[in-house]
Design a protein around this ligand. Structure first.
Ligand SMILES: NC(=O)c1ccc[n+]([C@@H]2O[C@H](COP(=O)([O-])OP(=O)(O)OC[C@H]3O[C@@H](n4cnc5c(N)ncnc54)[C@H](OP(=O)(O)O)[C@@H]3O)[C@@H](O)[C@H]2O)c1
Length: 262
């Protein structure tokens, strides 16, 4: 179906007139993605578990360009509320960014608590599939240039001691991305980004008090910033990437090529 309003978006505002949902977006990478999509012309719905930080994040964004709904990414009722709010407010959905992800445990796989293991898969993997299913049911793909971008991780490509199960979940996210890309083409493109360490609260334990030492293992000499991820997500979600689907784009300042691990 051709949509006159969106079939030839301008280079400066590729998301003008279009609506995006970013999960896990009250801070960190998700908030940077929301800001970047809005700068590109989108209206955005943001989610996070806690309402107060989410409201603070929305208040920082350009007025009238964002709404927020609090809830867990693995909660089916929350997902329904989010798509009902998007329909009421905007009447369409064009871009889904599956950014919400958790890693509540650190330690060897041999000692991993299996309830924690199930929760990680529920949020990171089943959640990513469930948001995609719900977005399709809400009309993702009804307009030109529909796109899903999943936030995976380099830990899905190379073993990362201490956070190995999280890596297992992200390996599943990357393969889910590829599988959905084949299934949903040509109506919806599905890609992912796989960052190494990005400076957010989530990753603080991986670099705090030894940032120089960790940065030195990155050929580019620094850790990632949320904006580094947001730029790549915006590209993959934009019409400029219209022949790209099923790709997992590594964002790591050269770390993996140098034989490193996150
Ligand atoms: N930072 C890194 O080095 C790095 C590297 C590779 C991949 N990633 C991935 O990037 C994504 C974002 O991470 P980040 O570093 O930006 O983390 P962050 O700074 O800790 O932000 C996480 C955001 O997600 C929300 N959130 C957390 N759990 C949620 C849940 N179960 N349901 C809904 N919202 C939830 C948080 O708000 P509430 O706490 O209020 O829910 C917050 O808004 C994750 O998928 C992570 O795996 C991060």
């Amino acid at each position: 179906m051709t949509d006159a309003a969106t079939s030839t978006p301008g280079a400066g505002e590729p998301f003008r007139g279009r609506v995006a949902l970013v999960t896990g977006a009250s801070r960190g990478i998700g908030l940077a993605i929301a800001e970047r999509l809005i700068a590109g012309g989108a209206s955005v719905c943001l989610t996070a578990r806690r309402a107060a930080p989410l409201a603070e994040a929305i208040a920082q964004l350009p007025e009238g360009r964002a709404i927020g709904l609090a809830g867990g990414a693995d909660d089916p009722a929350h997902r329904s509320e989010v798509f009902a709010a998007i329909e009421r407010t905007y009447g369409r959905i064009d871009v889904l960014v599956n950014n919400a992800g958790i890693n509540p445990v650190f330690g060897p796989l041999a000692d991993l608590d299996l309830e924690a293991a199930r929760k990680i898969l529920e949020v990171n993997v089943v959640g990513t599939l469930a948001w995609t299913q719900a977005a399709l049911a809400a009309g993702l793909g009804d307009h030109d240039h529909a796109a899903v971008v999943d936030v995976s991780s380099v830990t899905g490509d190379v073993p990362s001691p201490g956070i190995a199960w999280y890596g297992v979940s992200k390996a599943a996210v990357s393969h889910l991305t590829r599988s959905l890309a084949v299934e949903l083409a040509p109506r919806v493109r599905v890609n992912a980004v796989a960052p190494a360490v990005v400076k957010t609260r989530f990753a603080r334990a991986l670099y705090e008090e030894r940032e120089d030492e960790v940065s030195a293992t990155y050929p580019m000499g620094r850790l990632g910033q949320p904006a580094d991820v947001a730029e790549a997500v915006a590209f993959l979600a934009s019409p400029a990437a219209s022949w790209i689907t099923g790709q997992v784009l590594t964002l790591d300042g050269g770390l993996l090529q140098a034989g490193g691990t996150a």
